[in-house]
Design a protein. Structure first.
Length: 535
């Protein structure tokens, strides 16, 4: 706090000393503020213009023409042009192609000025660019909730802009995408003409001057390639840039002002008071102090969570260790009365050692995940065979509490997974089912193929279930339900965090639902593969 106060005092002293600066210095700061505001206003106007006049109307046209769902019939090129005219979309006449792509079938449908794609080398080249860049990474690389603009340079066609949208949206696994292709000039022309159409600078400051005399813009793509610029664009001390974002092809706009713009924009000479700047610094300092307090509070909360975790994991490890020690000493001192007791003692030793190994593996995986050092090796795997091995190893633990494991496995279900990570994931879910479920319950473990092309693993118990309001937070590290914190059931709060992290690293998803018997139903989904496929 003392350091913060000293810093504030220094800033205030600096502001007092700077009041004697020359008019030129004040003008430069003012023009810098105008520059930043102009850049922000221009970028906002550019996004609105592209969204309202290029991406949205074009996507509406292709959707109306049957491109939204890959199962619909695509209209002919003439019909699509008629639809574009009905939308009064001026840029529709410059579109080179409309397309629709279905991910699960790999089917790409086209309508273009040159007919079907397979008869035109330019569309074939663009088809290759689309298929190489988009389908495999659609859900990860792009925001599936919004229109997406992608810039590509096709050798046989030149620079082009692809506008696309995913269907359905939002969602982690869209079924298809649809869109259209236009020349890059459609974008650059609209962007460079914004100064003619949109008020970027406050009118009161312009006076008799034209906005185009005080502002110039340059447009570059995400790789830094210059696409277009205003005729009067020149680098100066007063330039600022802003990205339009990934949804608009990572385009960046740079706004420049001439050095003499201050003569028009800064009116009235030196400001009469520095009080607004001082108040702003006070507010900024207050915000920094509040942020520091919140960080300290969060650090204290994390410390309490870690302390609770250490206590919980110590309790969970002590139980199997005590069992192993007791039955080990029994065998060592030959206190067993029969071969049956000896066999039973050995079985308990094996069971508890497996339980201990599982807890240690959980902690190691959780620690490596937090440090980003987990390395998985997904390979096409027969899920039925792998889950059968897991069930056979876990069944003795369930039977000690009179519980039954019921299998429901489809054959020929293959997915690209890391066998050890999936084993730890499923065992965590089974262990939770045993821990929180009633004695004598039936735990169901199933694997099946879905119509959407996914491999689905289900673990369902007959316990109390997960309340809907807690289904998003149970995956967080150290998280436990309030009802379980006060119970005698031990838990570390990392089991489900490990489940989510391992599934995510294998490009899968996991969720929890209501079980058919009133308990919890955990569902893991992976994209299906074929045995023998490479990664």
């Amino acid at each position: 706090m003392l350091v913060a106060l000293l810093g504030l005092a220094g800033l205030l002293a600096f502001q007092a000393a700077s009041s004697a600066r020359s008019h030129r210095a004040v003008a430069e700061k003012a023009i810098a503020e105008f520059k930043r505001v102009a850049t922000w206003e221009y970028a906002g106007a550019a996004r609105r213009d592209l969204y309202a006049n290029v991406t949205t109307p074009g996507l509406e046209v292709v959707a109306t023409a049957g491109g939204k769902k890959a199962t619909d019939t695509f209209a002919s090129w003439d019909s699509i042009q008629a639809i574009a005219q009905s939308y009064e979309w001026a840029d529709g006449a410059r579109v080179h192609a409309y397309f629709s792509y279905r991910f699960d079938e790999g089917v790409l449908r086209w309508r273009s000025t040159d007919g079907e794609a397979d008869s035109d080398r330019r569309l074939e080249a663009l088809r290759g660019a689309l298929q190489a860049d988009l389908p495999r990474t659609a859900a990860d690389k792009y925001d599936t909730r919004w229109n997406q603009l992608v810039l590509v340079d096709v050798t046989a066609w030149g620079p082009r802009a692809i506008v696309l949208r995913f269907y359905p949206e939002p969602g982690p696994a869209p079924e298809s995408m649809y869109g259209f292709v236009v020349p890059e000039e459609v974008l650059t022309e609209r962007l460079t003409e914004i100064l003619d159409r949109e008020p970027i600078l406050p009118g009161a400051r312009l006076g008799s001057a034209d906005q185009e005399d005080l502002l110039a813009v340059e447009i570059r793509d995400g790789a830094g390639r210059r696409m277009a610029a205003s005729p009067n664009y020149a680098h100066s001390a007063f330039t600022a840039w802003e990205s339009l974002g990934d949804a608009f092809g990572a385009l960046t706009v740079t706004v420049a002002m001439p050095d003499d713009a201050a003569e028009t924009l800064v009116i009235g000479g030196l400001p009469a008071s520095r009080l607004p700047a001082i108040l702003a610094l006070l507010l900024l300092t207050t915000g920094v102090v509040i942020a520091a307090i919140r960080l300290l509070r969060r650090e204290a909360e994390l410390g309490a969570l870690r302390a609770d975790f250490v206590s919980s994991i110590s309790h969970e490890l002590r139980t199997p260790i005590a069992q192993i020690r007791m039955f080990g000493e029994t065998l060592l001192l030959d206190r067993v009365r029969s071969d049956e007791e000896r066999q039973r003692s050995l079985e308990i030793l094996v069971k508890e050692s497996r339980r201990l190994a599982h807890q240690v593996d959980n902690v190691l995986l959780f620690s490596r995940a937090e440090q980003q050092t987990v390395r998985l090796d997904p390979k096409p795997t027969d899920l039925r065979a792998l889950l059968q091995e897991i069930v056979e190893g876990f069944r003795p633990l369930a039977e000690t509490r009179g519980m039954r494991l019921r299998n429901d496995f489809d054959s020929d279900v293959v997915a690209s997974v890391d066998a050890m990570a999936l084993e730890q994931t499923v065992i965590n879910l089974l262990d939770n089912a045993v821990k929180y479920g009633p004695d004598g319950q039936t735990i169901r473990l199933g694997v099946r193929s879905t119509r959407a092309g996914h491999a689905q693993i289900v673990v369902e118990d007959e316990g109390p279930g997960i309340p809907p309001e807690d289904r998003d937070t149970i995956w967080d590290p150290y998280a436990r339900l309030e009802r379980d914190r006060e119970s005698a059931i031990a838990g570390t709060g990392i089991g489900l965090a490990v489940v989510r992290e391992m599934v995510r690293r294998m490009d899968g998803t996991v969720r929890v639902e209501n079980g058919t018997g009133g308990g919890a139903r955990f569902v893991i989904e992976f994209v299906r593969g074929e045995e023998g496929e490479g990664p």
